[in-house]
Design a protein around this ligand. Structure first.
Ligand code: GNR
Ligand code: NI
Length: 185
């Protein structure tokens, strides 16, 4: 099921997510909803707090051109090693229309539980490494604008406030559907 993605600033997005104690069917259902939501929104990754669930779950597909091909589920991920530096122009599904340069590690090693609850380790560079750090931030209650100057962050906050106000005035499903129809023409 495609879920609604929370837009920053939202108090949920500032909270720390809790560890999952067992990868059961409920957690797998959450992971399925997350990947469905990520693909529907054309994202590279998604963290559970973005759909309002404070659990340490992440999905990433750094090659969204072939849907399902490189889908990675990470439960209770932890960065066990990081090296190098890079700058990447990041976006976030919770901060639509914004993109800014963020300093990140160039390479990371992440250990997590997979869809079946088995531990695995992934060694990542380039976009996958960026996405892993970006999603790990979400689990800690941090978004990419927290890495920017307060001036940039406050400008973005104002634009998101405006976007939310516009959205709120259009909330009825009929209106939303009509808008989607319009933009598809
Ligand atoms: O879809 C996404 N694209 C992206 C681009 C550059 C750096 C990070 C990302 S992650 C983002 C999806 C998202 O918001 N995940 O939390
Ligand atoms: Ni994000």
């Amino acid at each position: 099921m495609v879920r609604e993605i929370l837009i920053w600033p939202d108090p949920i997005l500032k909270q720390k997510a809790l560890p999952v104690d067992k990868v059961d069917d409920g957690v797998r259902r959450l992971l399925d909803d997350m990947s469905e939501t990520m693909y529907a929104a054309d994202g590279v990754g998604l963290a559970a707090p973005q759909i309002g669930v404070l659990k340490r779950c992440i999905v990433i597909d750094a090659s969204p051109r072939q849907e399902g091909q490189k889908l990675i589920h990470l439960v209770n991920p932890r960065i066990v090693r990081a090296e190098g530096e890079t700058v990447y122009t990041e976006g976030c599904l919770s901060i639509p229309g914004e993109a800014e340069d963020v300093d990140r590690f160039a390479k990371v090693w992440v250990r997590a539980l997979d869809y079946s609850g088995k531990e695995f380790e992934v060694e990542a560079e380039e976009l996958l490494a960026i996405a892993l750090q970006h999603e790990n931030d979400h689990l800690e209650g941090t978004v990419f604008v927290d890495h920017l100057s307060s001036l940039k962050r406050e400008l973005i906050r104002r634009r998101m406030k405006k976007l939310k106000a516009e959205h709120a005035s259009e909330t009825p499903a009929e209106v939303k559907k009509a808008a989607q129809h319009q933009s598809a023409l």
